[in-house]
Design a protein around this ligand. Structure first.
Ligand SMILES: Nc1ncnc2c1ncn2[C@@H]1O[C@H](COP(=O)(O)OP(=O)(O)OP(=O)(O)O)[C@@H](O)[C@H]1O
Ligand SMILES: [Mg+2]
Length: 342
């Protein structure tokens, strides 16, 4: 038990709850109120009748409390990522990579390169916190040091949120229950409000609405991804977001990216989409499995981005045109398909 966890268990609950408001929810869920007692003293003060009525024992309640407080501390420590560095390994031919990659919160970095060059591999190396044990033999450092094995196991799933093209649910739950479970596991206050915000954002992103009581297995691929993006942005506390090609995913890709960027996370995205590439601060170029260059998006490129945006908007209009079941019969030019032609 770390000293900090001991302190949390011994401090007056009123004091602890100022820093961790979710303490009130935990107590309420156990039929208890906030007080000047520490958690341990509160448990000791409860009568045998209270435990009989609650169907628990002092040991079990103390254990639940310790697990809850440890969860609070774990969630907090993982938020304090100041840097993530991928130290160079070897490309597919076994030649040393040309560069390493340093990522900081607020950075948006794209990974570009031909199909099969190793973009997803770079994302996987970060997800697994590689330490020379993957095909690329890269090493990932957090805050300047190598994460140890206990960090890897205790923080798996908390450090990195991943959004991939093929996301589907296998849970027997509806959207609202799924999100509430996630929000509560992250000790969020006002979990219900956050859940409805996530559903609104996801519906906005995907365009085809679903409801809070829609079973998650009924969601389409695009709706599932939209839900995961909104979830990562609003509920997930993971400081690192890895995105593998969301461009053709039926979601509003630019809005999705904006949502993820707002939250001061490290965002790394494998993509073939020029719009997304130029919206990022820089891009890692992958060749034959190795990081071969890191290019910063320059002002000239940002100016040219406007042209790309115009082209993209025409494509989007054409997409909506066909999605809504219209026909090109009688249309002489593709210049303005947004007209309400029948
Ligand atoms: N440095 C490397 N050494 C050995 N194998 C590698 C290396 N980099 C990538 N690979 C392997 O090459 C294969 C293709 O890589 P990956 O799936 O990452 O490509 P990709 O760029 O994501 O392609 P796509 O654009 O089609 O998604 C994978 O099996 C991956 O493990
Ligand atoms: Mg890939």
């Amino acid at each position: 038990m770390s000293r900090t966890l001991e302190q949390l268990l011994c401090q007056p609950l009123c004091t602890v709850s100022k820093h961790y408001p979710a303490v009130s929810d935990f107590l309420a869920a156990n039929g208890l109120d906030l007080s000047d007692f520490s958690f341990e003293d509160l448990v000791r003060s409860l009568s045998d009748e209270w435990f009989a009525g609650a169907g628990t024992t002092p040991d079990v309640l103390l254990e639940d409390g310790a697990a809850f407080f440890a969860g609070l501390l774990g969630a907090e420590s993982i938020r304090q990522i100041e840097s993530l560095e991928v130290l160079s390994g070897f490309d597919k031919a076994g030649c040393p990579e040309a560069c390493s990659l340093m990522l900081k919160p607020g950075d948006v970095t794209c990974i570009v390169g031909p199909t099969g060059s190793g973009k997803s591999r770079l994302l996987a190396d970060i997800e697994w916190l590689a330490c020379g044990d993957t095909p690329t033999r890269r090493t990932v450092k957090l805050n300047g040091s190598m994460p140890d094995d206990s960090f890897r196991s205790s923080h798996s799933g908390r450090l990195v949120a991943q959004i991939t093209q093929n996301m589907n649910f296998v849970l027997d739950m509806n959207v609202s229950d799924f999100l509430l479970m996630h929000a509560r596991s992250r000790y969020l206050e006002n979990a219900e409000d956050v859940v409805s915000e996530v559903i609104d954002i996801a519906n906005d992103l995907s365009g085809e609405s679903f409801r809070a009581d829609t079973p998650v297995t009924f969601l389409s691929g695009g709706q599932s991804r939209a839900l995961m993006i909104a979830d990562v942005a609003c509920i997930g506390r993971a400081p690192v977001v890895l995105i593998d090609e969301i461009e053709n995913a039926g979601t509003d890709k630019r809005r999705a990216l904006e949502l993820l960027i707002q939250r001061d996370k490290i965002v790394l995205m494998a993509t073939h989409d020029p719009l997304l590439i130029l919206q990022a601060d820089r891009r890692v170029v992958i060749r034959n499995g190795g990081m071969s260059a890191i290019l910063a998006t320059n002002d000239h490129e940002r100016q040219l981005l406007r042209q790309l945006e115009e082209m993209d908007s025409s494509i989007q209009q054409a997409r909506s045109f066909f999605r809504s079941g219209k026909s090109l019969t009688g249309v002489e030019s593709l210049g303005n398909l947004s007209d309400n032609r029948e």
